[in-house]
Design a protein around this ligand. Structure first.
Ligand code: 4AD
Ligand code: MG
Length: 462
């Protein structure tokens, strides 16, 4: 008999009909006359209740049906008397696919802490919480492609192995096949990378932007959506060593077009999740964050405040607030500063622009003042920076000068400079940290809980 997914079973047209469901047992309870099993197959947060009339089944048959075991049941779908459910299945047949020894299966009870579940990341997708988060994550990924495809942007795949450090932070994971305990050396004692796999030093990408610009200055508007890697030693609830980033890049966009797109884009994603993942978001709101749905709606219904870094710093300085990191013009804003602006001062998402050039990457368009660049960071409640972007420096000479000032190895950058040599155009783009968006939409507070298998310093299990 054909299996029905549990997400499709709560359908009045199926009442009275014979159905087949397959999944993992969440709980079993009952007595010698009747046994109730809550079954989940991952297609929805909801469980289907299966009723075993013990006149038709033996204790022996039900014995392996413990939390975590996998079963197939055929039976009749009937209306349920129990509260909290509309229908249940009266079992006719039971097949046990796989047992789960109660002594060994770690997910016995509800209410495991998130920390405990991080240690069990291989099984945590089977919990309500992680099922919900992973379904929301998947829906958001779909929404992102849908948004850009419907706008005529092209999906561009940029390389994961690269020789250039886009953000210039030097926080790259090296990729090599050289024998680490017997490195080939040149005459002057340096590592001889000509013998390495690519014939030069390479690393995992920190961003697809530079190649994205090549796409945008050919196809007009592109977006990337892929993993990026950062070897910063930041152990915070908002940093991963491997995270996914969406980077649109558009020819003929200036900074305000860029801001408009960023705002429309995140609102679209949030709307999509609210419309398509209601059960999961309601579950997460109920269990972790009572204000979640209100906060999501709030972001949807308010214009983001736009102001310059300089104005932002002035507000922070005049706030009278004692910050852990003192504020003055020129500092890289910390999460406490960003959150003050968003959560306490404006009480709205904020887009800060025109940052000091010394704290931003080399490729950003230089302002007339000689001090700032046309950067934009989108700051969100509870998250801080969710998007970072800029208008790009389109002028060859200015870009080259900045590359030289910062001592960026020129020979690695020749292909990038060619975009400014041949048919250069004003263009802009930004990067959205996918996990930061999932954090915001799910109301989770630790980024390790919104990616299936987090990679952080000292942690590469699973
Ligand atoms: O601000 P970032 O470093 O900007 C770039 O990489 C640009 N190349 C983007 C562009 O203009 N195309 O990173 C962009 C976003 C941040 O706003 C943040 O949301 C996220 O990526 N992000 C991280 N997310 C998780 N863990 C980390 N270690 C992250 N670093 C940045
Ligand atoms: Mg940034």
């Amino acid at each position: 008999m054909k299996r029905t997914k549990i997400v499709d079973i709560f359908n009045p047209e199926l009442l009275g009909k014979e159905v087949c469901v397959k999944g993992w047992v969440r709980t079993r309870r009952g007595n010698k006359y009747v046994q109730f099993v809550a079954l989940n197959d991952g297609s929805t947060i909801k469980n289907i209740q299966i009723v075993f009339d013990m006149n038709n089944f033996t204790d022996e048959q039900l014995k392996p049906v413990t939390t975590g075991s996998s079963i197939c049941v055929e039976g009749i779908l009937v209306e349920s008397m129990g509260k909290g459910q509309t229908c249940e299945i009266q079992a006719k047949t039971l097949e046990v696919y796989g047992t789960a020894d109660p002594e060994a299966y770690p997910l016995q009870k509800k209410g495991h802490t998130l920390e405990f579940l991080r240690e069990k990341a291989h099984l945590r997708p089977r919990t309500n919480t992680f099922g919900a988060i992973l379904r929301v994550r998947s829906a958001l990924a779909y929404a992102i492609h849908k948004f850009f495809q419907e706008k005529g942007f092209f999906y561009l795949n940029t390389p994961l192995i690269t020789a250039s450090d886009c953000e210039g932070a030097g926080a790259m994971f090296q990729v090599t096949t050289l024998p680490l305990n017997d490195l080939p050396k040149t005459e002057d004692g340096a590592v001889d990378y000509s013998q390495d796999f690519f014939g030069k030093p390479t690393a995992l990408t920190v961003s697809g932007q530079l190649e994205g610009e090549l796409g945008a200055t050919a196809l007009g508007a592109i977006y990337t959506f892929g993993p990026t890697f950062r070897a910063e030693n930041s152990n915070t609830p908002r940093h991963l060593s491997e995270f996914w980033m969406i980077e649109p890049e558009m020819a003929f966009y200036d900074i305000s077009d860029n801001m408009d797109l960023a705002e429309e884009f995140v609102k679209y994603c949030i709307r999509y999740a609210l419309d398509h993942c209601r059960d999961d978001i309601e579950f997460l709101a109920e269990h972790f964050d009572k204000g979640l749905i209100e906060r999501l709606e709030f972001v949807l219904h308010n214009d983001f405040v736009r102001l310059t870094y300089t104005e932002g710093v002035k507000i922070l300085e005049e706030s009278g607030r004692k910050f852990e990191f003192p504020v003055s013009w020129g500092i890289d804003l910390q999460s406490e500063h960003e959150r003050y602006l968003v959560e306490e001062h404006f009480k709205k998402p904020v887009i800060l622009t025109d940052y000091p050039k010394d704290i931003k990457a080399f490729y950003m368009k230089q302002n007339e003042d000689g001090k700032t660049v046309r950067a934009m960071d989108v700051l969100f409640p509870n998250i801080g920076e969710i998007i970072g972007g800029s208008e790009r420096e389109a002028d060859y000479d200015k870009l080259l000068k900045r590359i030289e000032e910062l001592d960026i190895p020129m020979k690695d950058m020749w292909w990038y400079l060619d975009t400014r040599r041949f048919g250069t155009v004003p263009h802009s783009g930004f990067g959205l940290g996918f996990e930061r968006l999932v954090l915001f939409v799910t109301g989770m507070t630790n980024i390790r809980d919104v990616i299936p298998f987090p990679r952080t310093p000292n942690n590469a299990e699973f």
